[in-house]
Ligand binder design. Structure first.
Ligand SMILES: [Mg+2]
Length: 271
């Protein structure tokens, strides 16, 4: 029986110094990503070992909103840097097979976005209309698929997020606030859609999924077992969560450990 472990990376399995929490010692940390010469993301040694072991008995599928280039920096999640056969990047807009994007998949989504008019050229004027405030520090585009703003959280009016979400949803864009990043994602680009494609390709009969943000919600809903990190945007929001989805007891990098421990148990049970 093939078990697919489809997991978000940032603030689910891997953590920046800002997001890891305070109850972890330097000696426990393993660097998993380096950016511009500096260590950027970490796991605890315990998590890293657990993930490496898990990858031997389950099919590990990274499912991230990172672009391909950003994803390729996260080498420490694989034993000896050996990337798995599939990875979902750009929130599901791109599926990598043996490191190469599956063209037909992305072309189909590009057509869908064009016919839905959820393309960046249509979005930008709307963003300029609503977000001219000084708490927008930078505007970034991800390989022409979606947009995120880097915001000043101190000044960001969180009470308006519900209203913004409604406005942008009406024109086909989902929003997600993760740390300092405010994402605008075409509704047709989902982690769940890409996971389903890989599930079929590897003929998996059970899917365990983990995540922390609203962009992970559909992924966990589509799985047989879901795990949400307690510290994440999704748990803190008011969305309805199905009964096959559990929430970790712990937060920060310890939630990552808890997720991997739980998944290892499930894999043992189904093997
Ligand atoms: Mg995340």
């Amino acid at each position: 029986m093939t078990i697919l472990f489809a997991s978000d990376l940032d603030q689910t399995l891997i953590y920046s110094r800002r997001s890891m929490g305070l109850d972890v010692s330097e000696a426990e940390l393993r660097e998993v990503e380096r950016f511009e010469g500096n260590p950027q993301s970490f796991m605890t040694e315990k998590s890293q070992q657990a993930l490496w072991e898990l990858s031997e008995s389950a099919f590990f599928l990274p499912v991230t909103t990172r672009t391909q280039a950003q994803y390729e920096r996260v080498t420490g999640i694989f034993k000896d840097g050996d990337a798995p056969r599939f990875a979902v990047v750009s929130n599901g807009a791109v599926i990598l097979e043996n490191g190469q994007p599956i063209k037909e998949w992305s072309e189909k989504l590009r057509q869908q976005c064009t016919s839905d008019k959820t393309v960046i050229e249509e979005l930008m004027p709307k963003i300029e209309q609503h977000f001219s405030e000084d708490w927008v520090l930078r505007v970034r585009q991800a390989d022409n698929w979606f947009v995120y703003l880097i915001v000043d959280r101190e000044r960001f009016p969180e009470e308006k997020l519900g209203e913004f979400t409604k406005i942008f949803r009406e024109i086909g864009w989902d929003m997600s606030l993760q740390g300092r990043k405010l994402y605008f994602m075409p509704v047709s680009i989902t982690k769940a859609g890409a996971m389903e494609y890989v599930k079929e390709r590897v003929n998996a009969s059970f899917v365990a999924a983990a995540g922390d943000s609203l962009l992970d919600h559909c992924l966990l809903e589509s799985a047989d077992l879901g795990l949400f990190a307690a510290h994440g945007e999704a748990v803190k929001s008011s969305i309805a969560i199905s009964s096959h989805i559990e929430v970790t007891r712990q937060s920060g990098i310890r939630a990552g450990e808890e997720i991997l421990e739980r998944i290892a148990k499930v894999v043992l049970q189904y093997k």
